[in-house]
Ligand binder design. Structure first.
Ligand code: GLN
Length: 483
């Protein structure tokens, strides 16, 4: 039986009915991975995964996700399993502990088959900054899968795994989900623990999930989200069952369209898909309301001060002494720091550290960092006001479909604009997701749904109702004609 493109819930049912064993499932997964051409994994966990699968088959482990193979973004620390964060500086780093998200998913019985490729330290929108090579989009191997969680998105889109974790600091779950034609969700900041996640920009980083549909994302969030005493920014809210409300009626619900998100200059396909999706929601009883968010235009510049500032501080721990790569033939301690960091980090990471150090320096702090914090608050206030008028906000997830590998690497600003629609939700901390809603020349296009604080259930409800009435989410690279 082919397990390719099966959803998490379908595989769960097959296991429950004993139509397939977990061992067969895991074995088949590794077979598929070995013939894949997308470069979506950095490290495989074959021996441990097969042993766990056997234990499940012998009735020795249980849980909501028991026996199901999933992939972890290589930014989550995994006990005794190499964790590189896509960087040379951590090429040989083997963590002695599991990140809380990894631990939660493992407690639910899922089996980690490997660590997925990603932009170095999650900085990028194309997966081209990885030390382990670019990831290819399974819909077109000459194109990027998006980033930074490109390996996770490509692995799910290619049907190698039915689910994977990701992290989203400015769009790294939603943009690759969009470019790969799958569903991805980033919860409210603080809903999932950041403990054991290698930090990029701590006030923006948030863990989340990729799957083939919204229902599976809800199931995954049930385990990913938890209160964690080890993370001081973890919210103390009770655990929630995100599957509970996905079948609610959308009649009378209000969807906000942001006046300042100008989509008239985007491709015809992106605009047409957007109009088509509006009609579907209208037919389900929802109403559209225009909301004004005047400060949203400040999102990209604000992010590119705040995120580099935080990264310059977070990445100072990688000094060639405490972790990972250490340069050889050095003259003294300072030389060791300089050489280890110069050789261990890639260009994009260095660019961010330089910008971050500059905006935090005594002479420029007020002009850049303080200003960015002020505009961040204004953006947040725009969301608070908008959500007093509407239930969800809808926009394209990304300005275009997947672009050619190499086509934006020379122009960082153009790459940064990939996150035009996603970054503001990280600055405000609200939950957001992307679902597939059309194609542009056989390449998927994503629709973004943004929710109010802690309203993951609301956006999952919208997404699930949409998917019950459309078939974009069941398309896959082997599906045939998508025109
Ligand atoms: N593309 C954005 C960046 O490079 C966002 C990355 C992310 O969400 N991790 O910073």
């Amino acid at each position: 039986m082919s397990i390719k493109y099966k959803t998490l819930s379908e595989l769960k049912e097959l296991l429950e009915k004993k139509d397939i064993s977990s061992f067969e499932l895991v074995e088949e997964t590794f077979k598929n991975i070995s013939s894949s051409k997308t470069n979506s994994f950095i490290t495989l966990n074959e021996e441990v995964a097969l042993t766990k699968a056997k234990e499940f088959d012998q009735g020795e482990c249980e849980g909501d996700l028991a026996g199901l193979p999933i992939a972890q973004k290589d930014l989550f620390c995994t006990k005794n399993l190499r964790t590189t964060c896509g960087s040379r500086i951590l090429e040989n780093f083997i963590p002695p502990y599991n990140a809380t998200v990894v631990e939660n998913l493992s407690k639910a019985g899922s089996i980690c088959v490997g660590k997925t490729n990603m932009d170095e330290f999650a900085m990028g929108s194309s997966n081209e900054t990885s030390y382990f090579g670019a990831v290819k989009n399974p819909w077109d191997l000459e194109r990027v899968p998006g980033g930074s969680s490109g390996g996770s998105a490509a692995a799910v889109a290619e049907g190698l795994v039915c689910a994977a974790t990701g992290t989203d600091t400015g769009g790294s779950i939603r943009q690759p989900a969009a470019l790969c034609g799958i569903t991805g969700i980033k919860p409210t900041y603080g809903r999932a623990s950041r403990w054991g996640m290698i930090a990029f920009a701590s006030s923006l980083d948030q863990a989340g999930a990729f799957a083939r549909n919204a229902e599976d994302c809800a199931l995954l969030l049930n385990h990913i989200c938890s209160h964690d005493e080890k993370d001081s920014t973890s919210l103390s809210n009770d655990k929630e069952n995100y599957l509970e409300n996905i079948n609610n009626d959308l009649k009378g619900k209000k969807i906000g369209i942001v006046k300042e998100f100008d989509i008239s200059n985007l491709s015809k396909e992106v605009q047409d898909s957007f109009e088509q999706s509006k009609k579907i929601f209208e037919s389900l009883g929802a109403n559209f309301v225009e909301v004004s968010m005047p400060n949203i235009k400040l999102s990209v510049p604000t992010y590119y001060v705040v995120a580099p500032a935080e990264c310059s501080s977070n990445l100072s721990r990688f000094d060639g002494v405490k972790y990972g790569y250490r340069a050889e033939n050095v003259n003294d301690l300072e030389d060791l720091y300089i050489k280890s960091r110069s050789e261990g980090f890639g260009d994009e990471v260095k660019r961010r550290i330089l910008i971050g150090t500059y905006v935090l320096s005594a002479g420029f702090y007020d002009a850049y960092y303080k200003k960015a914090q002020q505009s961040r608050r204004m953006i947040k206030n725009d969301f608070v006001k908008a959500f007093s008028e509407v239930d969800v906000i809808m926009s394209p997830s990304s300005p275009s479909s997947a672009f050619k590998i190499g086509s934006k690497t020379e122009d960082p600003i153009e790459m940064y604009l990939e996150d035009l629609f996603t970054i503001s939700s990280n600055l405000a901390g609200v939950p957001a997701m992307s679902i597939p809603h059309g194609f542009s020349k056989n390449l998927p296009i994503g629709l973004q749904l943004i929710g109010n604080y802690l309203e993951e259930s609301e956006i999952l409800n919208f997404a699930h109702q949409y998917q019950k009435n459309t078939d974009w989410h069941i398309r896959n690279p082997d599906f045939g004609d998508n025109s």
